[in-house]
Design a protein around this ligand. Sequence first.
Ligand code: MN
Ligand code: MN
Length: 306
Amino acid sequence: MSAEDAFPTYSIVGNNFGYLGRPLRPDAGDADVAIIGVPYDMGTSGRAGTRHGPQGIRAASSNLRWEERRWPWRFNLFERLDVVDCGDVMFPPGESQVMVDTLEAVVTGHLDAGRKLLALGGDHFITLPIMRAMSRHRGQAVRMVHFDAHTDNEATDETRYYHGSMFYHAPREGILDAECSVQVGIRTEYDYDNHPFTVIDAEQVSRLGTDAVNGQIREVVGDGPVYVTFDIDCLDPAFAPGTGTPVAGGLSTNQVLPLLRGLQGLDLVGMDIVEVAPCYDHAEITSLAAATLGLEFLYLLAANRD
Ligand code: MN
Ligand code: MN
């Protein structure tokens, strides 16, 4: 399937507008950035429901539309960046491999057209096909800044669609450079003696402070293409209750926002925000956090064009 063939598989979600009030249309045209929703949650191990994540994030993002220059940025985002919300990637229920193939083709289409990508999940498994497209487009393994309570590199052989083993398979596929990748906010068990990624765990973030952590992140990822993947359970359940596998002792929004802004100037190829499950949310806390992270990423892309 060619990338262009994949576009008609989008459907338009919502009534009049997309994420942050952007135009909602399948054809991104000359846009600099494409937003896509990926309502897939069959890779989930805990509570399901992230298939409603894109809708929840779009709805909460309506609260972020009033500020022309979002603090602390000093420019109008959409004067620098043309952003289109292309709606959700569609696939038949139960057809995980169709989702994988379609998503990779859709992402490839956007990259070939010169667009950056912001993907709204869906469970974390969606990162794997996106990363394949990113890596193939660049002709090299990408580097990753990964925010999560979990390292998601469980060794699996036969479990092909699972949100806990993408980062076991990605380095083996040659699409992810583990040595130049960092995992931030981790607070669950992993193989401490034989782990391929740099880990800055949740306790270290609090102890070191965000400036020092920003320095460490930049040191690890260096100058190559960087993909940002943000599992919302990196945040403490107080800041993101609406997710499938919440873990106490996480980061606050006041910690992750400066960590994200600290990526300014890096060669950012795209970002996803995954594991938002609105059915467990309260007062749109989680969806608003996710919508805000996406907005900050767009500001990062705009700032990089300066
Ligand atoms: Mn997680
Ligand atoms: Mn994850």
